[in-house]
Design a protein around this ligand. Structure first.
Ligand code: MOS
Length: 752
């Protein structure tokens, strides 16, 4: 009965696997948010405030509203009711700026939306937005770069719940530091950074009666649905969010921003679908940024280099409206062994848009500071920086007092040193040369959290031999379509090209956010459980369908492997393809649902679950023309099982290139005169581009972490950006003798 071949004989997990959505992207078939068109659709363009602090005293829309083609000018007087949203239990209802659009006349940051022009074409809407005239009572904007913590209680409320400002303490850090034979006390600054995904934020709102559908470039459709349902006072089932393809987000699209309710309110008012795509300039205003951080790190050590004390006291900025917590000290309590430690934070308000998660939030700026401090200590002690870290390797997570589920950082250092050639390093500043260039070598360790968000998935096995796997998570360019296809293929034996993946739609079973590098780890068990349930149905059919060769068996005597049902004791002989069974039973499909519970935020974990890694970086320096380049990076990552080594390497390479930008280029400049982010274009806000990209060699260790899921995959979206800036700045010091503690490194810093 079976003639087709259905079986991947080797596992599809852990291999280089090309993107299943690649052809759709290359041919232009992939639908990004602004590719969805609707009859009668209108275009909206927001009007942004041109002050950063003060009040709107008058809004003149008379010219704008009479322009031909203009359908509406929305403002505080006519937008209609929009409610506030509140967070729910778990990771639900999260939003960084809860103020509904136009709620009051107060302007708290430059670019805050004060009106919205809606017109038949984008050009008309833009012209009308430009024609809106606002008069303000402006006050001085506070965008000062030097940070002093605001006077706040010991426990403060953040977007992610209450946090104690004394985040972590053990031993007696003050006394230990005072008595330490060797001391280091330095402050490190990371700038405001703005996410610059290729695809700007875009949203299209469509109402059908009391049902709202939002097409949105989102990293979390389920969360967005929950926030929007609250804002429009709707039952959750009357809101649907669709995100088929995302041109990346880097965290800026994790949580909803005010443009979504604006588009929905406009569509409600004009009775037509409304599209809102942010111009690049507005990407710098109201869709998040990485806060400015100022981190004081104090280390006490023995003369040999054993750490005695560690203080990590940091301050970050937030807006007048948000409570985003930039958790710089997240890794500090466990990255290295130290008996006396304190981690504390303060924050201070500025007239800027809402702060937000940006790739590696908290830990990326945090590890830049602590890893830089270790590198400086190594220099002070005349100890090799790798040796210093090896000397301070902990046995357990000393902060949580828990064993690590899996930690192989020493092996990362060893492999990285080998591949980079670290043993050839001459530590003397400016001593290494190649082809007339001065070389600088630096290194750093890194880590990132591993956990699961709750996830559900559905798997169908169909009579044409295909499989469909569905979950309301999204692919932000990182490879989630491909990962889900691999997982479904692995469990069902259906070849990759016969697996169809459906994501990015809240009508599907609730999937995880594409954030925290957690999506992949979260979906594994859910997809496997869904496949298992579908396979269970197949076995029932096999024993009950007239004419089936398995009529004399019980379901538990059957086995399913490589797409075939067979009797357990037959050692794989006489198998029948599931498609044959389904056709015989006149069934189009069997379907299974799978769930996997969250471990993120588990109050009583048994293990500390983290990924680890390290970077070795080389810079070249030409003092004659002050030309600095990152020429070479070797990165080793211990992230459990890597499901797709091709997509995995791509993630780490991309993160390292982003790290070159963090170290040398990226910084959002706010004009002290009016509070405007003035380098608000891709010409003026510098991100690392191809010409800046070094050769990046990526190595993965392969220690599956079964605490996270059955495959042992932990997640890799962010870890590659952690630590890299510290490795590069140490390489800069090695080449130039200049120690830069305020990112990015600028040419003028090196001209000294
Ligand atoms: Mo990431 S900052 O969790 O998108």
């Amino acid at each position: 009965m079976a003639t087709e071949q259905a079986s991947p004989t080797v596992s599809i997990i852990g291999r280089d696997t090309v993107r299943v959505d690649g052809p759709r992207k290359v041919t232009g078939v992939a639908q990004y948010t602004s590719d969805f068109h609707f009859p009668g659709m209108l275009y909206a363009v927001p009007v942004g405030a041109t002050i950063a602090n003060g009040k709107i005293t008058k809004l003149d829309i008379t010219t704008a509203e009479t322009m031909p083609g203009v359908q509406a000018i929305l403002h505080r007087g006519n937008i209609g009711k929009i409610f506030r949203s509140i967070p729910g239990p778990g990771f639900a209802g999260i939003c960084e700026e809860r103020r509904p659009p136009f709620e009051d006349d107060v302007v708290r940051y430059y670019g805050q939306y004060i009106a919205l022009a809606v017109a038949a074409t984008f050009e008309t809407a833009r012209a009308a937005a430009d024609a809106v005239r606002a008069t303000y009572a402006a006050e001085k904007a506070n965008v000062a770069m030097h940070l002093v913590a605001d006077d706040e209680p010991d426990e403060v409320m953040t977007t992610f719940g209450p946090r104690k400002r004394l985040d972590n303490q053990r031993g007696d850090p003050d006394a230990a530091f005072a008595n330490a034979p060797v001391k280091l006390d330095q402050t490190y600054v990371t700038p405001f950074e703005t996410h610059n995904p290729l695809e700007p934020h875009s949203t299209t709102a469509v109402w059908e009666g009391q049902t709202l559908t939002l097409y949105e470039s989102s990293q979390g459709v389920v969360n967005l649905r929950s926030v929007l349902a609250q804002m429009f006072g709707l039952p959750i089932e009357q809101v649907r969010v669709i995100t088929k393809f995302v041109g990346s987000g880097f965290g800026s699209k994790l949580w909803p921003w005010t443009l979504c309710p604006l588009a929905a309110a406009a569509a409600r008012q004009v009775g037509k679908p409304v599209r809102l795509v942010l111009p690049r300039k507005m990407m710098f205003h109201a869709v998040g940024h990485r806060p400015l951080t100022q981190q004081r790190v104090r280390l006490g050590a023995t003369r040999e280099g054993k750490l005695i004390s560690l203080h990590h006291d940091y301050i970050y900025t937030r807006s007048m409206l948000d409570a985003h917590h930039e958790d710089c000290g997240e890794a500090t309590p466990f990255q290295y062994s130290v008996p006396n430690l304190r981690v504390s934070f303060g924050r201070t308000k500025r007239n800027v848009g809402g702060g937000a998660d940006m790739r590696g939030p908290g830990r990326v700026p945090g590890l830049y500071a602590t890893e830089s401090a270790l590198n400086e200590l190594a220099r002070q002690l005349n100890v090799d920086p790798v040796q210093l870290r090896i000397m301070n390797e902990p046995k357990i997570d000393e902060g949580a007092k828990l064993p690590f589920s899996s930690r192989h950082l020493l092996e990362c250092f060893q492999l990285g040193s080998e591949k980079f050639g670290w043993s050839k390093r001459n530590p003397a500043v400016g001593s290494m040369k190649r082809d007339g260039l001065t070389l600088g070598w630096g290194m750093a360790g890194c880590s990132w959290v591993a956990a699961r968000f709750s996830a559900a998935a559905n798997v169908q096995l169909r009579d044409d031999g295909t499989c469909r796997v569905a979950s309301a998570t999204q692919d932000i360019g990182t490879g989630t379509y491909t990962i889900l296809a691999q997982l479904a293929s692995e469990r069902t034996g259906v070849p990759m090209d016969k697996v169809e993946v459906e994501l990015g739609d809240t009508s599907l079973p609730e999937g995880p956010l594409s954030g925290g590098s957690i999506a992949t780890g979260s979906v594994v068990n859910a997809v496997f459980a869904a496949a298992d349930e579908a396979i269970g149905s197949l076995k029932m059919i096999a024993v009950s369908t007239p004419g089936s060769p398995f009529l004399n068996h019980k379901p538990d005597e059957l086995e399913f492997k490589d797409g075939k049902i067979f009797v357990k004791n037959d050692n794989g002989a006489n198998g029948v393809l599931f498609s044959d069974l389904l056709r015989r039973a006149n069934l189009r499909m069997v379907s299974g649902n799978g769930q996997s519970a969250a471990t993120f935020g588990d109050p009583k974990p048994k293990f500390s679950t983290q990924s680890f890694g390290c970077h070795f970086a080389e810079v070249t320096w030409q003092p004659e023309i002050a030309r600095l380049r990152v020429s070479r990076v070797v990165t080793v990552i211990d992230a459990g099982k890597i499901i797709n080594t091709l997509a995995g390497r791509n993630q780490i390479q991309g993160a390292v290139v982003m790290g070159v930008g963090m170290a040398l280029l990226e910084r959002t400049e706010y004009d002290p005169q009016n509070g405007a982010p003035i380098n608000s274009s891709l010409a003026d806000y510098l991100v690392a581009v191809n010409a800046d990209a070094p050769a990046v060699e990526v190595h993965f260790l392969d220690y599956p972490d079964k605490e996270i899921n059955q495959v042992g995959a932990r997640g890799i979206g962010e870890i590659g950006l952690a630590g890299i800036a510290a490795a590069i700045t140490d390489a800069v010091h090695h080449a130039t003798g200049v120690r830069v503690r305020e990112l990015p490194v600028k040419i003028e810093d090196l001209l000294g």
